[in-house]
Design a protein around this ligand. Sequence first.
Ligand code: NAG
Ligand code: NAG
Ligand code: NAG
Length: 790
Amino acid sequence: MGLKMIASCFYFLLFVNAAYGDMSYSFPEEMKRGSVIGNMAKDLGLGTGAFSNRRARIDTDGTDKRYCDINLNNGELIVADRIDREGLCGEKASCILKQELVLENPLELHRISLHIQDINDNSPQFKEDLINLEIHELAVRGARFVLEEAHDADVGQNSVQQYSLKKNDHFNLAVDENTIELVLEKELDREKQQEINLILTALDGGSPQRSGTVVIHVTVLDANDNAPVFSQAVYKASLPENSPVDTVVVTVSATDADEGVNGEVTYEFGHVTDDVKKIFIIDRKIGEIRVIGTVDYETTSSFEIRVKAKDGLGLSSYAKVVISIKDVNDNAPVVSLKSITNPIPENVSPGTEVGIINVQDRDSETNGQVRCFIQQGVPFKLVPSIKNYYSLVTTGQLDREVVSDYNITITATDEGSPPLSSSKTVQLSVADINDNPPVFEEQSYSAYVSENNKPGSTLCSVSARDPDWRQNGTVIYSLLPGEVNGAPVSSYLSVNGDTGVIHAVRSFDYEQLRSFKVQVMARDNGSPPLSSNVSVSVFISDVNDNSPQILYPAPEGNSFMTELVPKAAHEGSLVSKVIAVDADSGQNAWLSYHIVKSTDPGLFTIGLHSGEIRTQRDISESDSMKQNLIVSVKDNGQPSLSATCSMYLLISDNLAEVPELKDISYDEKNSKLTSYLIIALVSVSTFFLTFIIIILGVRFCRRRKPRLLFDGAVAIPSAYLPPNYADVDGTGTLRSTYNYDAYLTTGSRTSDFKFVTSYNDNTLPADQTLRKSPSDFAEVFGELEESLEV
Ligand SMILES: *[C@@H]1O[C@H](CO)[C@@H](O)[C@H](O)[C@H]1NC(C)=O
Ligand SMILES: *[C@@H]1O[C@H](CO)[C@@H](O)[C@H](O)[C@H]1NC(C)=O
Ligand SMILES: *[C@@H]1O[C@H](CO)[C@@H](O)[C@H](O)[C@H]1NC(C)=O
């Protein structure tokens, strides 16, 4: 007893774990459709709206038929179909329909037990309308004759409760639990009465009471005999379901002690349902019960059949055959999708429930135990939930840009042998979230453009990719605000928002701006949008648009700049130097010097690139004292640009020897200044010459030594140098610092710049560059003027 209680407690605990709660309703069969059975929302303590929010529904347990429904508005359980207790439960004393109430969010399962109460809607019924009995006239008082009982499809009080026999002279009724017998009260006399008709009534206990009657026709016979006797009162057999037709289930046998017709036993079924008649047949002669229809465990798991053995004269007896059906694994599990979230946003966190799956197997025990799984390699798993329910949950981060669709195959296999399985494929798609910023195809972009470009010309194009879907992946380009040389970038460039093509807004001037950098942003159209930035460097290349500019001698007109050439100058002596610069760079600033016209063509030469003017032969007495040279300076651009200057040379050792000097002087006003200047120049020249001679002397002594830096140099006051220019080598060619920077940045020493590089390598390291700012320039000029005033 104690053990049993513990067991039932245990069962109760299990039961509570398996389901959230149980509800039980009791109501009579045959209620009208739509009748209210009870209010489940109220019974669960939920508000009226909860049922529709949580997608409440009734799941039938195993069978497909739906007997009741939920009114989602108020939570009432209502009758959905005819509920016939006899059809559902037959003779079972209690008829319970099991249904399940499923609520989602969170998933909850409540068992509903519907107790169908019997109503007295069936009358007791005898198998036949007429029972023929043959009774020997010598039957003694008290002899008993078994009658077949009546049957009432209702149960309990509504089933057959009592029998009554219409009053007659000879018979009474004896009813015990299982049998009804006619008891002979007064001996028969065939000679007086050959046939007797009796009326037997069966009554049920319902209200109103129903009844059924049968006429018993008794023929009084001359002789006496024995009723057949079954070898067993109960025959038990077990039969696998789906047994083929003609399978012998069991053979009943009864013997009759009589001889001849009286001992000939025939068999038949007692009162059985039509279902049983469709499945089993009994052989009249040999009592063999065979299968003639489909035996389905899932429909009926056991049969109880009354069999009757009758001898030739109508005496009969009854036995019971109990056939239990054995389950065979003949039902594959059925997978059904109860709810699904589709599409799934790609940003759901791992562990999110995206679907609810239910699995049913109609078989019992191990044949009905189901394992459920999905294929490997998808970021989903099945988590067993309550009873036959599984949740499909994500196991990892989803990424629509990597996998946008999943076909999830849910396979259910039962434990039978051989096992049966079935599967269902669910197509899940992943919805886009704006989780990828546009990414530029390159880390940075460079554009090269020649100066003097047309406004509106295309410089380059940038391109960014965004793998997101539709507007989340649509890229729009724009220029980030900024400044170039103090002006907004938009006055330099514009970018096409759709294509990323970058246009120049204005014409660029290399001499003012060599390069600049802007930031371009690529933004997608999501909300909120994502963006990334890239820098675009624009390099402007030089065009030969500046002619050489001659710094020394001063342009035509300022001819007071006259060089003195000592009469004793020998061949190759450095006399003067033309200094020119070109605002362009590279080849465009690579200057060459030519004498285009001279007083005495054979006397002077000019260094092609140095601009140094030297004597070509020794000066002789016969040479004219005044020598004029016209020098042209050309750059190396395509086409090249040039400038010319005049150089005045005086062959003299002494300014006093030069009376004609007045010819090349200026207005009277300036004569004083001019003569000062001349004195200054001459003394400077003399100083130079002395210096040069010393250098030459030194050089002579070290003839075999490599060339020195100051070889043949003419010192030019640095004040002559324009701002941002540098005397890089001291030997005459001036190059802009820009140029110097430019070829450094080219990195590789390309053939174009080869000569420049080698020149530089041999002559001057970068740190000896000399720079002068405009203020320095003015200062020096001021000093020079002051000293001249003295
Ligand atoms: C999923 O199945 C559908 C239909 O069979 C097919 O068109 C689709 O390509 C499959 N998708 C994947 C990701 O396998
Ligand atoms: C873009 O992403 C947002 C969330 O970032 C999402 O709500 C929207 O549905 C996406 N658009 C498309 C077309 O997928
Ligand atoms: C791009 O530049 C803008 C402006 O400077 C800034 O607001 C934004 O955060 C930058 N975006 C990225 C991805 O760096």
